[in-house]
Design a protein around this ligand. Structure first.
Ligand SMILES: [Zn+2]
Length: 569
């Protein structure tokens, strides 16, 4: 019974963990790496055709985005997730297949023009995706299910996205590591361990979704650390009122309000706020202002939210549902799907709110809306999410006076506003609060994943030093024996340096080659723990042996003590 860390180790994207229990091979998440890739990922230790199950924590592409590729490579098992995640994946993975195919087409066209190119194949096709979607099975929150001999599971609402879950897994096998030939529940001669995967942990007091729920017992926990080294800024004012003020001033001066937004999650939060603004009549001068959601994916996602929301909505949103009101619907909300509808938005003069993807302005229909509105001083562009370095969104927020859209320069004359306060992730305090919830059985080991290098390391340190957990941040390729409670293999991160991305050149021996050295320092820390166990257990030893041990330890300390500071020239 073991776990191998594959992806999102000292990184925030490409989540994937492999588990072997008895004769069962399973994965938890199989996500796509997005943005700058920092560390090499280990390859899956088994052929995809040998994997029976994939557990999926939630629908975000960095957790689910490579499942069609897994199908393409031979996986024919089951994908086990919540009902709402299944519904969201149905639209998000089809959208992702579309993007993969478009990108490959674009690269091939570009290559054909230059005359020197190798045909690029998409990571996966729509056919792979549709076939993969048939493998999904949706389950309810809060109920314990038996999957097969040796594996039971339960999903708990973790409040990060519609359908998002932490997963409790009870794994059972015979003491010799063979498959338990009987149901789980630790009959004689078998060993059962419970491991909990946090998934992405939601932020408290967010609109629409419930707060993350706690789990109180585990042998092991694998937890995220996206904000493991940061606290969210406390909200400065009232989000709804601030949003209403921005809508009011923009529309009254005859401009459009453009909101770049992620299609799934943030767009629905925006609709919820605007619904409340209209309901509470916060802009009496404009009781009937029009709102356009211009993104086919956002439109489909809004439908999924409306259908599935009751499983995940918080009390406030459920108040509407109970009264028979859809909290994401209001008068003069226009959901545009076709590109003709999209183009028509900028042809009439009526001031309006336009919500479009992508959230960082680097793709999608938002680029058209920026082209039409960014140069008009009466308009406003409002940012409601994090803007990564290098994206057009970040450049606009940082105050550039011109950006290029579709190859043409566009002046930034619109007013630029930023509304902080929405985050799908718990901050450091929220993460600590969640892990402190393990009160019935404190985990003997906490593995920290899904955080950038610094965040993961500092969060593991914080849990070790300030909260009494045995916590590590393993690198990809590390293997831990869950039955024995010890590492089988410890790796160190293999950094990828790509020319041009961060000023470094590629120092990998061959592209894609894995290089996994043992982490010497981690080995020392493991040995240190073994030694302290020996010392703890040694209180009953005869004095002579204790003195001998003390002498040997002193000699060891003397041998390795660094007496002078080391200088480097
Ligand atoms: Zn997520």
């Amino acid at each position: 019974m073991k776990i191998e860390f594959i992806g999102a180790d000292h990184e925030v994207t490409g989540s994937c963990h492999y588990i072997r229990v008895g004769a069962v091979n399973l994965l938890v998440d199989y996500g796509m790496e997005q943005g700058v890739n920092v560390f090499e990922n280990a390859e899956l230790p088994v052929q995809p055709s040998k994997i029976q199950y994939v557990f999926l924590t939630h629908a975000h592409i960095d957790h689910s985005g490579m499942l069609p590729k897994l199908y393409h490579d031979g996986f024919r098992g089951k994908i086990i997730t919540t009902e709402s995640t299944k519904a969201l994946c149905d639209i998000m993975l089809r959208d992702s297949a579309h993007i993969q195919q478009q990108e490959a087409e674009w690269k091939n066209k570009k290559g054909a023009r230059t005359g020197v190119w190798q045909k690029v194949e998409p990571a996966y096709t729509m056919e792979d995706t549709l076939a993969c979607l048939r493998l999904f099975e949706g389950y309810r929150y809060g109920k314990k299910y038996q999957l097969c001999n040796g594996v039971e599971f339960r999903f708990t609402d973790i409040g990060h996205l519609l359908g998002s879950a932490s997963i409790e897994l009870w794994l059972t096998e015979n003491a010799d590591g063979t498959a338990a030939g009987c149901p789980v529940g630790a009959p004689e001669g078998t060993i059962t361990k419970k491991i909990v995967f946090s998934g992405d942990i939601g932020n408290k007091n967010q609109p629409l979704l419930k707060d993350p729920e706690y789990t109180d017992a585990a042998d092991y926990v694998v937890m995220e650390s996206t904000y493991g080294d940061r606290l969210h800024e406390p909200p400065k004012g009232n989000y709804e009122e601030d949003l209403a003020a921005i809508i009011k001033k923009t529309l009254l001066r005859g401009g459009n309000l453009i909101i770049p937004s992620f299609a799934v999650g943030r767009t629905q939060e925006m609709l919820y706020f605007i619904r409340k603004i209209k309901e509470e009549n916060l802009i009496p001068e404009l009781p009937d202002f029009p709102v356009y959601v211009d993104s086919p994916l956002a439109v489909e996602a809004t439908e999924v939210f409306s259908k599935e929301g009751a499983q995940c909505y918080d009390d406030e949103a459920m108040e509407f549902v109970r009264k028979g009101i859809n909290p994401l619907q209001f008068d003069r909300l226009y959901l545009t799907v076709t590109s003709d509808e999209s183009k028509a938005i900028n042809t009439d003069d009526e001031p309006k709110v336009i919500i479009a993807a992508s959230g960082m302005c680097d793709a999608g229909r938002i680029k058209h809306h920026l082209k039409y509105n960014l140069w008009r001083p009466e308009c406003t562009v409002l940012f409601v999410g994090y803007q990564s370095v290098g994206t057009p969104g970040r450049r606009i927020v940082d105050g550039t006076d011109e950006i290029r859209i579709f190859g043409e320069p566009v002046a930034v004359r619109a007013e630029i506003e930023v509304l902080q306060g929405l985050s799908g992730h718990a901050d450091k305090a929220g993460l600590i609060d969640w892990i402190e919830g393990f009160t019935a059985q404190k985990p003997s080991k906490v593995f920290i994943v899904h955080g950038e290098d610094e965040a993961a390391m500092s969060f593991a340190k914080c849990l070790r030093e300030e909260h009494g957990f045995d916590a590590d941040a393993p690198y990809s390729g590390t293997v831990f024996n869950l039955a024995e409670g010890e590492y089988e293999k410890v790796t160190e991160g293999v950094r990828i340096h790509r020319k041009g991305e961060d000023g470094y050149v590629n120092d990998m021996p061959e592209s894609g080659k894995k290089r996994q050295a043992s982490s010497s320092y981690t080995q020392v820390r493991i040995a240190e723990k073994e030694l302290s166990k020996v010392i703890e257990e040694g209180t009953g030893l005869p004095n002579r042996e204790l003195e001998e041990l003390a002498g040997e330890l002193r000699a060891l300390a003397k041998k390795y003590r660094i007496t002078e500071p080391q200088h480097r020239c």
